[in-house]
Design a protein around this ligand. Sequence first.
Ligand code: ASP
Length: 289
Amino acid sequence: MSDPVWAIAIHGGSGPSYKDDYSDVSSSMKKILEAARRDLRKGASALDVVQEAVHELEDSGLHIAGRGSSPNTKGKWEQDAAIMDGSNRRAGAVAAIQGYKNPVDCARAVMKHSQHILLSGKGAEKFLKKRDLKTIGNPHGYYRPIISDASYDDGTHGTVGAVALDSEGRLASATSTGGLTNKPPGRISDSAQIGSGTWADERVAVSCTGQGEYFMRVNAASDVSARIRYTRSDLENATACVLEEISLLGGQGGLIAIDRLGRVAMPFNTSIMKRGFATWRDEFDVKVF
Ligand code: ASP
């Protein structure tokens, strides 16, 4: 019997390079990929694996998401996240929420317990209070912004995300972000928006990173699936075409994607995109540049 096909890819954001040595990032991402690989080999669902990987990326404090996020122009940390199960197209997302340690867990709670997909701000926080989710008492004590003095105009951004195919052929995607540095209060990213920054269906799972406004204008994540479906493109071509649309508008970023055959694509047009993948074929790699 042949080995079950599975694959996982993760990203820790794209953008300009902000330090010389990324060895801490690489070793953290390797550990996260190793855990995901172990779980996928044991038959875990793609949905659980992408949630767990993003949760760990958020906690690492090495990306502009979760612990490493920067505050908005009012000094508040507003977080966005989304998760999608490609096997049934169920999805959950949160936007501009404050006070929760793991936005991806909040997105999963919305998916599980709400008839709606995207909850934002105070309404989302009220909904989440009833769930068993970790909160942050003192944001200034918890967050350790990895970039504190950059501006939106610098194009500085960072997000974390994961896409996976499990041994039962199910695809899933999750994305979480602290958003653009120096964003105004209430600004919502593509990451939280199903179709723009996060997408999974029966043919592909996609998680984007970059200047969200461009990804929204291109509806980037679900456009990868549309291109595969309507033009019979392969994954590499479909993701390259979507990134080209973003580049033509002047936008910067990248995306990770896995298709139902376990093929992986990770194109980007920025100086760096922290990224890694592992597959059932014993492929395993983490790269920054
Ligand atoms: N897309 C995110 C946003 O616009 C940032 C990022 O991916 O780096 O907030």
